[in-house]
Design a protein around this ligand. Structure first.
Ligand code: FAD
Ligand code: NDP
Length: 390
């Protein structure tokens, strides 16, 4: 990562997504409110029939999301001839279709790309592979669901989907802090020393043998600080209080690591550059008890202040944990609702990697296929095949 190409490539990816958005069949201009729909698919009506101003689609499987989890699920499901519909979102959670990987540059830990690959390129490849096997992709955000009866219902601003099974793969967003120098573009050091993923970015050359800092006091902060000691000369944990909330064992690991120092009761108020290469050079750190502001020279700053899973649109439709993640039955991708499966970061607060998201995407497709067989869901022919019958 950390090439100056990041922003232009990201913009290029946005423009290409915007073009597909403008295609016929992309998000239209009418924004009608979703209307109640019939409760059974047995009265199968043809896909894309206009009902109450919304286009209605019947499908055996609807996938929501656009990262590695959603596309891996789509590739497996399409190859199993389930003819999935996939909603990739349009700037859902302020992220371009393609998910979190579109916000980074080089991805160096995804197998198959020994030289690394740009995040936006990798997600474009996922998308092409999904389409190649017959996934129908809509560049629209699912705004509402109704999983209280079968068929399962999903709504966008222009469509209603009646599905026999659903895979939720809407991911999560790493929380970021907003202070002088924390942003992107001119005067900001985001992706030029500031990151929200130590495991993803920590091995970059600009961090090697340099002092680094992590903000946070939870398990992620402890884990990331320990991880970064492999690369940095020193790692400072900057925490806003005088106690960590992390589990005792994780705290102990961090506190006993000789390369880690904790700066308690403190917040970062400014990031500044190194004056030469335009990358991060240091931080102004404020002690919230005394009000004193001190200087901390670091080449890397990692936010570890939690993630926000993209589950608001579910509005209680499936069981969530206290942090808002979808709860899945251990060892499976099954949620609290029969026929609804979840994959990727939306149900994973521990690993949060592209490859683990892809792995659970595969599991979700296999679980969904098995479920559809069990309930006797079959495809019925129509002009474009996106139709099902229970
Ligand atoms: P996401 O990638 O989170 O994508 C989900 C997407 O679904 C959303 O972004 C949005 O576009 C769409 N969506 C959300 N809600 C809706 C909705 N209601 N309707 C329709 N669509 C919706 N991992 C690595 O393995 N290697 C790395 O080098 C790496 N680098 C990273 C760098 C950064 C800066 C970040 C933030 C993360 C990085 N990660 C990396 C982590 C990796 O990106 C995630 O673990 C992975 O992308 C999670 O995939 P996912 O499929 O669960 O969903
Ligand atoms: P948490 O919500 O547990 O911790 C977030 C930390 O960031 C807190 O210490 C919080 O401070 C701090 N913070 C939040 N907002 C701000 C802010 N605006 N400014 C400064 N600091 C801020 O998130 P985690 O990602 O650490 O963990 C999420 C969940 O994932 C937990 O359940 C955790 O146990 C789990 N997890 C488990 C791991 C493992 O077992 N290996 C690894 C990683 C996560 P404060 O304490 O003052 O609120």
């Amino acid at each position: 990562m950390y090439s100056c190409m990041n922003r232009s490539r990201f913009l290029k990816s946005l423009i290409s997504k915007a073009r597909s958005f403008a295609r016929p069949g992309g998000l239209g201009s009418t924004l009608s409110q979703p209307q109640p729909q019939p409760s059974s698919l047995t009265s199968a009506f043809s896909s894309s029939a206009a009902m109450n101003g919304l286009e209605t689609h019947n499908t055996r499987l609807c996938i929501v999301g656009s990262g590695p989890a959603a596309h891996t699920a789509a590739i497996y499901a399409a190859r199993a001839e389930l003819k999935p519909l996939l909603f990739e979102g349009w700037m859902a959670n302020d992220i371009a279709p393609g998910g979190q990987l579109t916000t980074t540059t080089d991805v160096e830990n995804f197998p198959g790309f020994p030289e690394g690959i740009l995040g936006a390129e990798l997600t474009d490849k996922f998308r092409k592979q999904s389409e190649r096997f017959g996934t129908k992709i809509f560049t629209e955000t699912v705004t509402k669901v109704d999983f209280t009866s079968k068929p399962l219902k999903l709504f966008t601003d222009t469509r209603t989907v009646l599905a026999d099974a659903v895979i939720l793969a809407t991911g999560a967003v790493a929380k970021r802090l907003n202070f002088v120098g924390s942003g992107e573009g001119s005067g900001g050091f985001w992706n030029r020393g500031i990151s929200a993923c130590a495991v993803c970015d920590g091995a970059a050359p600009i961090f090697r043998n340099k002092p680094l800092a992590v903000i946070g006091g939870g398990d992620s902060a402890m884990e990331e600080a320990n991880f970064l000691t492999k690369y940095g000369s020193k790692v400072f944990i900057i925490h806003r209080r005088d106690a960590f909330r992390a589990s005792k064992i994780m705290q102990q690991r961090a506190l006993s690591n000789p390369k880690i120092d904790v700066i308690w009761n403190s917040t970062v108020v400014e990031a500044y550059g190194d004056g030469e290469r335009g990358v991060l050079g240091g931080l102004k750190v404020k002690n919230v008890v005394t009000g004193d502001v001190s200087d901390l020279k670091v080449s890397g700053l990692f936010f570890a202040i939690g993630h926000e899973p993209a589950t608001k649109f579910l509005d209680g439709g499936v069981e969530l944990d206290s942090d808002g993640y979808v709860v899945t039955k251990p060892g499976t991708t099954e949620t609290s609702v029969a026929g609804v499966f979840a994959a990727g970061d939306v149900q994973d607060k521990k690993y949060r990697q592209a490859i683990t998201a892809a792995g659970t995407g595969c599991m979700a497709a296999l679980d969904a296929e098995h479920y559809l067989q069990e309930i006797g869901s079959q495809q019925v022919g129509n002009e474009n095949g996106y139709c099902s019958k229970l």
